[in-house]
Ligand binder design. Structure first.
Ligand code: URA
Length: 196
């Protein structure tokens, strides 16, 4: 555990010094991610928004509130999940991150996954797919949601992935909440199965 913490904090320092793309100009705060270093479930979003940039914490705005409610509803304890993003800095006006930005930044998330060694990854929307499974990025979130319910059919480094909507998409198009609830029920059963 100490080793994980040491590696994690070293990585945080590296990110703090990163100037590889122009997004670092949005600091003082980058958003490294938060949660347990022993988490078995890792939620992967897109990039920090205004509230996240202000606080340095992931998913603390409106979409974050919704995400955290959905996680609480399936009773994954805080000690067993970690929340991170593909991109560590806020893109101007919350525009979607560009391909080069994703390619430059995702290596930090990949290191975080290597350190934490989660048992399930949850991709919140398409940017997570683009970052970690770019070979699947031509498929729609709808198709990937269905495929990922065959647990292991969508994976990153042999870690099974559950694909669902980004919570901002749920705020924009509430009818998708029905599908998202189904995805989280599936996640709950996969999580319980793993805990046996
Ligand atoms: N949206 C994201 O993708 N990540 C955050 O941290 C907040 C909003």
């Amino acid at each position: 555990m100490d080793d994980r913490l040491t590696r994690f904090e070293k990585l945080r320092q590296i990110v703090a010094q990163c100037r590889a793309c122009s997004l670092h100009t949005s600091r003082p705060h980058f958003v490294f991610g938060e949660g347990s270093l022993q988490a078995r479930v890792m939620f992967i979003g897109e990039a920090p928004g205004k509230d996240e940039q202000r606080t340095g914490r992931p998913f603390v705005g409106r979409s974050g509130k919704l995400l955290r409610q959905m996680i609480a509803a399936i009773e994954i304890p805080e000690t067993d999940y970690f929340i991170a993003n593909i991109i560590k800095d806020r893109p101007p006006n919350n525009r979607p991150p560009e391909k080069e930005e994703i390619e430059t930044c995702v290596k930090f998330l990949k290191k975080q996954i290597e350190i934490i060694e989660p048992k399930i990854l949850v991709f919140l929307g398409k940017t997570a797919v683009k970052g970690l499974c770019p070979n699947l990025a031509h498929l729609s979130v709808e198709i990937l949601r269905q495929q990922s319910k065959n647990l292991g059919m969508v994976s990153y480094m042999d870690i099974p992935v559950v694909v669902t909507y980004h919570p901002s998409a749920l705020l924009r198009t509430p009818y998708r909440k029905v599908g998202a609830a189904e995805d989280f029920r599936f996640l709950e059963s996969a999580y319980r199965e793993m805990a046996k």
